[in-house]
Design a protein around this ligand. Sequence first.
Ligand code: AMP
Length: 113
Amino acid sequence: MSSVFDQIISKEIPADIIYETEICLAFRDINPKAPEHILIIPKKPITKLSEAKPEDLQLLGQLMLAVGEVARILHVDEEGFRVIINNGRNAGQTVFHLHLHLLAGRRFDWPGL
Ligand code: AMP
């Protein structure tokens, strides 16, 4: 089933894209929970982390490396940031296309936000 993120990947709907490669896209969250709130998504439509397969191993690594790239673009790599993946209903996942939240620009409690 396609999600709103598929439409962002295909540029059918606009997004504030800050980083893009052949395999992933990073754009600003429409409802930010921190001064900087970026979503990093694979272009491949994996619904959630627990649906990733062994053949997605390299892709998952590339998404992790994309986090660092985005943090450097935002200049938050030194001060720090938080990365969150909501997986499924109990975690509050609302968009069923794998995405990493990168939150930055303030301090975060642990656990919690
Ligand atoms: P999650 O709750 O982990 O599934 O996160 C989904 C995120 O997508 C939420 O933080 C939403 O604010 C965000 N979101 C939903 N639609 C859009 C959109 N069109 N552009 C940017 N972010 C979006």
